[in-house]
Design a protein around this ligand. Structure first.
Ligand SMILES: *[C@@H]1O[C@H](CO)[C@@H](O)[C@H](O)[C@H]1NC(C)=O
Ligand SMILES: *[C@@H]1O[C@H](CO)[C@@H](O)[C@H](O)[C@H]1NC(C)=O
Ligand SMILES: *[C@@H]1O[C@H](CO)[C@@H](O)[C@H](O)[C@H]1NC(C)=O
Ligand SMILES: *[C@@H]1O[C@H](CO)[C@@H](O)[C@H](O)[C@H]1NC(C)=O
Ligand SMILES: *[C@@H]1O[C@H](CO)[C@@H](O)[C@H](O)[C@H]1NC(C)=O
Ligand SMILES: *[C@@H]1O[C@H](CO)[C@@H](O)[C@H](O)[C@H]1NC(C)=O
Ligand SMILES: *[C@@H]1O[C@H](CO)[C@@H](O)[C@H](O)[C@H]1NC(C)=O
Ligand SMILES: *[C@@H]1O[C@H](CO)[C@@H](O)[C@H](O)[C@H]1NC(C)=O
Ligand SMILES: *[C@@H]1O[C@H](CO)[C@@H](O)[C@H](O)[C@H]1NC(C)=O
Ligand SMILES: *[C@@H]1O[C@H](CO)[C@@H](O)[C@H](O)[C@H]1NC(C)=O
Ligand SMILES: *[C@@H]1O[C@H](CO)[C@@H](O)[C@H](O)[C@H]1NC(C)=O
Ligand SMILES: *[C@@H]1O[C@H](CO)[C@@H](O)[C@H](O)[C@H]1NC(C)=O
Length: 414
C-alpha cells in the first residue's frame, strides 16, 4: 500500500504541525455552509453542513458565451429556512451576493425522507458577477432530486462531488452532511452514504466528522457487476455479483457496497486454479481464489482483501480454507438470494444475484447453472416425495413381514 503521500510528522516540529492543522481546519470551516434549525417547540429538527458552487453560462454583449463560477460567501443568509408546520416538509433557503437565491426542500414519507426539489436563481443585472451580460434580468432554475431516500433518523452524508447541470447552471455539491426531520431532538449517529461515496475507496467506518462513529447501516442491495478474465484472447472466467462487504474494525461494523462502475478486475486462469481480483483506483483489492476438487468440481477456496480507511489505517483479511460456491466443472454456480461468505471474525461478504464460472467458459457465456440451495425451493418437493416413497416401502415391507409371520404362525398352530 502506498504511503508516499502521507504527512511525515517527525519532520515538522510539533508547533508547526499544530499550526498547519489549525490552518487546514480554518480553511475548511470558512467554506462550509452550516445550519441548525429548531421547530416551534425549540427542538432541533434539521441540521446541515455542506459546500456548493455554481458555474453559470451566459451570453455576453459580443454574442459570445462565458462561464462564471459563483462561490457562496461565508456571510450568506439562511433566513426563511424552516421545518414547516406539519413536520412533513422542511426547507433550507440561502441568499447571498446581489440576487442569488438557493433553496432545497425535504419531504417526509412514512419512514424515510427525500431531498426533493432544488431551485437556484440569479440576476444577470448583478454587474459584479455578470459585468458583460447581454440580457439583464432574473433567471430561475429548478430540478427534482427526489431519488435519494434516507431512512428517518439517519443522516445523509456525501463527501464526493455531486454534479447536476440544469439549463445554464452547473451545480456542484460536496462534503454534505444533512439530517432532516430529526426525531425527539436527538441527532442521529447512523449515517446513510450516497452511492458516490460507496466505491471501495471510501471505506468510511472511521469518520473524522464531528459525529459519533456510525452504527451498522441498513443498506440497499448492491448493484451487480459482471467481471471477466481473459486468457489468450478468450474469456476464461466469468462472474456476475452484487457485493456487500461487512467489516468490523475497532468494534465498529460498517457495510460497504462495491460499485462495479468504479471497480476494475483482472485475474488468472489455470487448469486447476483461477483467481479474480477486483480493484479500484488506489491499491485496494478483493481477491477470489478458485480451485478444483476430485477432478470434476470447482469451489471458492480463498478470499483476500486489503482496504484503506479514510483515516489511513489498513484493513486486511484472508482465508484460504473456504468451501463455497461448489458446482461441477463445465457448469456455473448461481445464487440469486442473499448469501454470506464468512471470511474471518471481522470480515464477511454478502453476495447478491450471484453467478460464477471460473473454469471451462465456452464462447464467453455461462454454461448451465447449478443453483444454490437457498434459491431452490423445489428441492423440498423431491425430498418430501422421496420421504413419502421411503415410508410407503417401509409399510409394505413391514406388512409383508407381519403377513408372513402370521401365516407362519398359522402353519404352526395348524
Ligand atoms: C456548525 O455549527 C455548529 C453549531 O452552530 C458547530 O458546532 C459546528 O462546529 C459548525 N460546523 C462547522 C463545520 O463549521
Ligand atoms: C434552539 O433551541 C435551543 C433549546 O432547545 C436553544 O438553546 C437554541 O438557542 C435554539 N436555537 C435557535 C436558532 O433558536
Ligand atoms: C425557544 O428558545 C428561545 C431562545 O432560547 C426562547 O427565547 C424562546 O422563548 C423559546 N421558545 C419556546 C417555545 O420554548
Ligand atoms: C467548484 O466546485 C468543484 C467541486 O468541488 C471544484 O472542483 C471547483 O474547483 C470549484 N470551482 C471553483 C472556481 O472553486
Ligand atoms: C443560456 O445559455 C445559452 C447557450 O447555451 C444562451 O443562448 C442563453 O442566452 C443563456 N441564457 C441566459 C439566461 O443567460
Ligand atoms: C461552461 O461550462 C459548461 C459545463 O462545465 C461547459 O459545458 C461549457 O462548454 C462551458 N462554456 C464555456 C463558454 O466555457
Ligand atoms: C457580505 O460580505 C460582503 C463583502 O465581503 C458585503 O459586500 C455584503 O454586504 C455582505 N452581505 C451581508 C448580507 O452581510
Ligand atoms: C403534509 O401534511 C399536510 C397536513 O397534515 C397535508 O395536507 C400535506 O399534503 C402533507 N404533505 C406531504 C408532502 O405529505
Ligand atoms: C421518540 O419518542 C417517542 C416517545 O417518547 C418514542 O415512542 C419514539 O420511539 C422516539 N423516536 C425516536 C426515533 O427515538
Ligand atoms: C455484519 O457482521 C456482523 C459481525 O459478524 C454481524 O453481526 C452482522 O449481522 C453483519 N451484518 C450484515 C448486514 O451482514
Ligand atoms: C452504474 O452505471 C449504470 C449505467 O451507467 C447506472 O445505471 C448505475 O446506476 C450505476 N451504478 C452505481 C452504483 O453508480
Ligand atoms: C486496477 O489496477 C490496475 C493495475 O494493477 C490499474 O491499471 C487499474 O487502473 C486499477 N483500476 C482502477 C479502477 O483504477
Amino acid at each position: 500500500m502506498s504511503r508516499s503521500c502521507r504527512l511525515h510528522l517527525p519532520l515538522l516540529s510539533r508547533g508547526s504541525a499544530f499550526a498547519l492543522l489549525c490552518l487546514l481546519l480554518r480553511t475548511l470551516e470558512v467554506d462550509a455552509l452550516n445550519l441548525t434549525l429548531n421547530n416551534s417547540h425549540n427542538a432541533t429538527c434539521l441540521r446541515a453542513q455542506w459546500q456548493m458552487n455554481f458555474t453559470i453560462e451566459y451570453e455576453t454583449l459580443n454574442h459570445g458565451l462565458k462561464n462564471v463560477t459563483i462561490q457562496v460567501p461565508s456571510n450568506a443568509s439562511y433566513s426563511g429556512s424552516d421545518c414547516g408546520t406539519n413536520d412533513n416538509i422542511s426547507q433550507i433557503k440561502v441568499q447571498f451576493g446581489s440576487g442569488f437565491f438557493w433553496t432545497v426542500n425535504f419531504i417526509r414519507e412514512n419512514s424515510a425522507y427525500f431531498i426533493d426539489v432544488i431551485s437556484f436563481s440569479y440576476d444577470t443585472s448583478d454587474n459584479n458577477a455578470f459585468p458583460d451580460a447581454k440580457e439583464k434580468g432574473k433567471v430561475s432554475t429548478t430540478f427534482e432530486v427526489n431519488t435519494i431516500g434516507v431512512p428517518l433518523d439517519e443522516f445523509f452524508r456525501c463527501r464526493s462531488v455531486m454534479t447536476v447541470t440544469e439549463r445554464n447552471v452547473t451545480h456542484n455539491y460536496w462534503d454534505i452532511l444533512v439530517q432532516a426531520f430529526i426525531q425527539n431532538n436527538t441527532i442521529s449517529t447512523k449515517e446513510y452514504l450516497c452511492d458516490e461515496d460507496e466505491s471501495i475507496v471510501s471505506t468510511t467506518a472511521v469518520t473524522t466528522m464531528p459525529v459519533p462513529t456510525a452504527k451498522p447501516i441498513p443498506k440497499e442491495r448492491p448493484y451487480p457487476g459482471t467481471y471477466s478474465v481473459t486468457s489468450g484472447g478468450a474469456v476464461c472466467l466469468l462472474a456476475t455479483m452484487g457485493l456487500q462487504l461487512n467489516i468490523t474494525k475497532d468494534e465498529v461494523t460498517s457495510l460497504l457496497n462495491i460499485n462495479p462502475n468504479t471497480t476494475d478486475c483482472h485475474g488468472e486462469c489455470h487448469k486447476e486454479s483461477a483467481t479474480l481480483r477486483l480493484n479500484d483506483s488506489s491499491n485496494e483489492y478483493l481477491e477470489f481464489l478458485f480451485a478444483v476438487k476430485n477432478g470434476n468440481r470447482f469451489y471458492l477456496k480463498g478470499v483476500n482483501v486489503s482496504l484503506t480507511f479514510v483515516n489511513g489505517s489498513d484493513f486486511v483479511a484472508a482465508n484460504n480454507n473456504l468451501n463455497c460456491w461448489d458446482a461441477p466443472i463445465g457448469s456455473s454456480y448461481m445464487c440469486n438470494k442473499e448469501d454470506t461468505i464468512a471470511v474471518s471474525d471481522t470480515f464477511q461478504i454478502n453476495t447478491f444475484d450471484l453467478r460464477v464460472q471460473p473454469f471451462n467458459v465456452v464462447e464467453g457465456k455461462y454454461s448451465t447453472a447449478q443453483e444454490c440451495s437457498l434459491d431452490d425451493d423445489s428441492i423440498l418437493i423431491p425430498v418430501i416425495v422421496g420421504a413419502g416413497l421411503a415410508g410407503l416401502i417401509l409399510i409394505i415391507v413391514v406388512a409383508y413381514i407381519i403377513g408372513r409371520r402370521k401365516s407362519y404362525a398359522g402353519y404352526q398352530t395348524l
